[in-house]
Design a binder for this molecule. Structure first.
Ligand code: LMR
Length: 335
């Protein structure tokens, strides 16, 4: 009976050009750049388990961690071309998609704590931004907040002046570039998968990241100092190719949506704890000297970096910035 069904499906496929035999699973390639032990790596594996379970094997998810399939910029191109179906890049890397608005989230101290970040991601403004991605063929399924960035470097970064002349790795985007320049540093875009080597060989002197990445990529082994600055945020956009997603059978899509929802809850419950644990482990390794910012030092950083907000008014528009401030609950300090 089963053989008959397969033969019939094959005949129909030939006659009507249907894409696959009924029994063949739909393959979803999920590519990402971090370790399987980092919050995003764990979430990708959970999504695989849930998606395959809820669709009773009609979907097969292949997870490619650690830039093993694509590096930063390539993965976005591959998604638009349909060569990969799911990614979860930092939203700071979205500008090559032709959508510049996501760079706004790199403005210094905009979302300095979990409450402001969650408020922003839950705000109706995100729907507006999602439409811009959809116009580029990219459908956002969820946002995952991986917490605040700290700086690592081979020099102690305590006062803004300490950045002068330092070659600092940035993920990309005009705001990250402006932040580094405002600090007197020399920004350099380097793909995440090439960062360990760049730090080890001195191509760059430092970078900023979340503790779970600094631990799982072993950046702390090649960086002498870590400053708990919490100056900006690492948010991921879980994104898919819009044409692919909309072509899925509706019942499959419903089950995948359920897997996305549960994975998002897992991510939000896991990331903060993983980052706190990672800080402890890096400290315990004794390889990196830790620096906390005093209130006065923090004030000096904020004073130094607020001009980037002003400078970026011309890029984003004053109105847009004010709406972002309101949505995130951010109040620019009075100078
Ligand atoms: C980075 O490039 O530093 C991060 O975006 C890596 C990641 O995806 O966590």
């Amino acid at each position: 009976m089963k053989r008959f069904a397969i033969a019939l499906a094959a005949m129909l496929a030939m006659a009507f050009g249907w894409p696959a035999l009924a029994d063949e699973p739909i393959v979803i390639k999920f590519s990402h750049v971090v370790s399987p032990d980092a919050p995003k790596g764990k979430a990708a594996l959970l999504f695989k388990d849930l998606a395959e379970k809820y669709t009773t094997g009609r979907v097969k998810v292949e997870v490619y961690p650690n830039s093993s399939l694509y590096k930063d910029k390539e993965e976005l191109e591959a998604l638009q071309l349909g060569s990969v179906q799911i990614l979860a890049p930092s939203i700071a890397k979205f500008s090559p998609l032709g959508v510049k608005e996501f760079d706004v989230f790199d403005l210094p101290f905009l979302m300095s704590d979990d409450t402001h970040a969650r408020q922003m991601m839950a705000s109706p403004m995100m729907a507006e931004l999602n439409k811009k991605l959809e116009a580029k063929g990219v459908l956002p399924l969820a946002y995952w907040d991986n917490g605040a960035h700290v700086y690592t470097a081979n020099r102690a970064l305590i006062s803004p002046d300490d950045f002068r002349g330092m070659k600092m790795r940035i993920q990309g985007g005009k705001v990250q570039d402006a932040v580094a320049r405002e600090l007197g540093a020399l920004p350099q875009i380097i793909a995440f998968g090439e960062l360990y080597q760049a730090l080890q060989t001195g191509v760059v002197d430092g970078e900023d990241n979340v503790p779970s990445n600094i631990l799982t990529q072993k950046f702390y082994e090649v960086q002498k100092h870590l400053t708990v600055s919490y100056h900006s945020r690492l948010t991921y956009g879980l994104i898919t190719n819009k044409t692919f997603w909309n072509s899925l059978p509706e019942d499959v899509r419903t089950q995948l949506d359920r897997a996305v929802k549960e994975t998002t809850t897992f991510f939000n419950e896991t990331a903060a704890k993983d980052n706190a644990d990672a800080l402890d482990k890096i400290k315990a390794s004794g390889k990196t000297e830790f620096h906390l910012l005093s209130d006065a030092a923090k004030k000096a950083w904020i004073a130094k970096l607020m001009p980037v907000h002003t400078e970026m008014q011309s890029r984003f528009g004053k109105d847009f910035l004010e709406r972002i401030y309101k949505a995130s609950g951010f109040t620019p300090p009075q100078s």
